[in-house]
Design a binder for this molecule. Structure first.
Ligand code: GLP
Length: 237
């Protein structure tokens, strides 16, 4: 486990971007696991700049996102599909056929979950997985109490997560109660992981992670057993 402490958000984003561009240059057909939330926005901005400068290309890259809200169609303003397109995909040379997010409006959500893990495996597995972390230690949408063995599944969001994420929803818009998320085991299957955490509200989670104590009440703790993980964290934002 590699811990990198930074002082600014820009520094965190730049170091994370270096890991991603290194991976993409080493294997232009890499399979990347991507995350949403406020934390990775700076990283995606750097990657867009690097594509525009001709340093890296998404032409043959495949992506799998961690999660999506149940009940939100792709084009819904608060869907993670929309977030990913507005923040990254619309600005880079990715082939839309290689973009994967769970379908939160699938009629058979169980089949959708099962297929998602199959599609990751068929693509050869995830080479580099990006993660943020919830204040309660959730990764993807794996809330406290989720089994470490979990594969992609439907979750009921906790009150804490719904409150945290309400800022991404327009005033008056209904906040979803459920989401589809890659499971903890699906995440652990990645060959390499990079977790980003910035700001005061994430400090407690970082302290807890550093203890190395394994508990399903703190989903991120399982990451301490991964043999190729970098945690870039810091700041009082
Ligand atoms: C959501 C996402 C997580 C993300 C977390 C933290 O719950 N499902 O994948 O890590 O938010 O978000 P933020 O980066 O905005 O703090």
């Amino acid at each position: 486990m590699k811990w990198i402490e930074v002082t600014t958000y820009e520094e965190m984003s730049r170091i994370a971007a270096e890991l991603f561009s290194k991976q993409m240059k080493a294997n232009p057909k890499s399979v990347l696991g991507l995350a949403t939330g406020g934390t990775p926005v700076g990283l995606y901005e750097v990657l867009v700049e690097e594509v525009k400068a001709g340093d890296i290309s998404f032409k043959d890259i495949t992506t799998f996102n961690l999660d999506e809200y149940v009940g939100l169609a792709k084009n819904s303003p608060a869907s993670y599909w929309t977030y990913m397109h507005e923040t990254l995909f619309n600005h880079v040379d990715i082939n839309e056929d290689n973009v994967h997010l769970p379908n939160g409006v699938a009629t058979d959500l169980e089949a959708e979950c099962e297929n998602y893990d199959k599609r990751i495996a068929a693509a050869g597995g995830i080479d580099l997985q990006l993660l943020g972390i919830g204040v309660n230690g959730h990764i993807g949408f794996n809330e406290p109490g989720t089994s470490f063995d979990s594969l992609t599944h439907v979750v009921e969001l906790t009150e804490s997560t719904r409150t945290e994420n309400a800022i991404y929803f327009e005033e008056g818009a209904e906040m979803p109660t459920h989401a589809v998320t890659m499971g903890i085991q699906s995440i652990m299957n990645a060959k390499e992981i990079v977790l980003l955490a910035f700001g005061e509200r994430k400090l407690e989670a970082m302290e807890q992670l550093k203890t190395g104590k394994l508990s399903e009440d703190f989903p991120a703790s399982q990451l301490t057993t991964h043999d190729n993980i970098t945690i870039i964290y810091g700041g009082t934002k």
